[in-house]
Design a protein around this ligand. Structure first.
Ligand code: ADP
Length: 371
């Protein structure tokens, strides 16, 4: 099917260009992906000096490919990112020394070029919303910081950016004289959030290309400085936006957050599958809200049936990173904008997050771990 798609694309010329989409380099054949379910993603490199109508380019491609036999879903992604540079020269994405043996051999990430200054980017993802993904991402980032690492946190949750609230950030990032955005600093980590770009109470409808462009800008055009780890808080779910993000950003690995019942159901598995599809190593599963600790008597109760996650993770062939109990203080601290890792660093909850951070760091920088 890919051949047919490429042939069709080779017959199209974007307005104002002299040659067809493939010859002009606006579509790189290797970057076009077709998965087993017939989902097709066509990334289009828009040259920086391109003045034509981008909507028309997108519509033209959609018109040509929609209705093709076997195409169930089509996503045409416009990437304005230094696309005029020849793609093959792009530097390698940061890789772990050892690749997982169960990962498919093909690297499907179209633009996953390394981001200068950032040693590794990790994604925190979940199969659905409300499982504590953002709470985990922020405490994991702070846990990594407590290990002495230089950490950035990018809140890419377009549907409900929560980092300004979780970190009590009421100001906006500054833009320097070179038009570079400086991330906000809070509790020793650098933070960027889609929330900084949105008005509160004014939901934005994101279309595929906008999501990718905004994410690329926040990853590459923000002045992160030197970072050891950038933690990417992904939007919940495993739809097109998430898949495209996973493809576009050079991810060193992914952490999946799940509640016990979510893991028993299949939402978390979808997350695992998505990252496997794009050849991103799964660092492991965090079981959130595992055990309920009564704030009055301190007694634990397993409302959702605790303990299954570890076994499930083993069965799924991924590491189990740890369990975070359901506890009032985690929610209260989150709501107050003072995550538990900074507000109660010696509590058992903070310890749990730090243990998870340690496992992630060991996976990211195994050579340093041996020292
Ligand atoms: P998601 O990012 O998956 O949508 P959030 O991190 O926003 O989820 O968490 C959803 C709600 O659950 C928030 O109110 C948060 O404070 C609360 N929460 C998350 N994890 C815990 C936990 N372990 N104990 C208590 N409350 C939690």
């Amino acid at each position: 099917m890919k051949k047919v798609i490429l042939t069709r694309l080779s017959l199209l010329t974007a307005p104002g260009m002299r040659t067809d989409l493939l010859t002009s380099g606006m579509v790189v054949p290797d970057h076009v992906t077709v998965d087993d379910d017939g989902k097709v993603i066509v990334p289009v490199n828009v040259p920086q000096d391109y003045t034509g109508d981008l909507g028309a380019v997108q519509a033209m491609i959609e018109e040509r490919l929609k209705g093709l036999q076997g195409v169930t879903k089509l996503l045409v992604v416009l990437t304005a990112e230094r696309a005029a540079e020849p793609a093959p020269a792009a530097p390698e994405a940061p890789r772990l020394k050892k690749r997982p043996t169960d990962a498919p051999g093909r690297d499907m990430r179209p633009h996953a070029a390394a981001v200068p200054g950032i040693r590794a980017i990790i994604a925190v993802a979940s199969g659905k919303g409300g499982v504590g993904k953002s709470t985990t991402a922020v405490n994991l980032a702070l846990g990594l910081r407590s290990l002495g690492l230089r950490v950035g946190l990018l809140d890419a949750d377009i549907y409900g950016p929560s980092m300004p609230r979780l970190l009590n950030i009421t100001w906006r990032p500054e833009i320097d004289e070179n038009d570079h955005v400086r991330p906000v600093e809070q509790y020793g980590i650098k933070v960027m959030s889609m929330g900084f770009l949105m008005e509160e109470d004014n939901p934005v409808i994101w279309r595929g290309p906008m999501v990718v462009t905004a994410l690329m800008q926040m990853t590459r055009e923000v002045d992160w400085g030197e970072l050891d780890v950038l933690v990417l808080d992904m939007p919940p779910g495993t739809g097109d936006a998430q898949l495209t993000m996973a493809q576009q950003v050079p991810l060193a690995g992914a952490v999946i957050v799940s509640t016990p019942q979510d893991l028993a159901l299949i939402d978390a598995r979808k997350g695992l599958k998505m990252f496997k599809k794009v050849d991103v190593p799964i660092f492991g599963i965090v079981e959130n809200m595992s055990t309920f600790i009564c704030p009055h008597c301190g007694k634990p109760s397993d409302i959702f049936g605790h303990g299954g996650a570890e076994a499930d993770a083993r069965r799924l062939g991924v590491p189990f990173l740890g369990a975070i109990p359901l506890h009032m203080s985690i929610r209260e601290m989150s709501d107050a904008g003072t995550p538990v890792v900074v507000s109660e660093p010696d509590s058992i909850y903070a310890q749990r997050y730090k243990e998870i951070a340690l496992k992630v760091a060991a996976r990211l920088f195994p050579e340093e771990d041996e020292d």
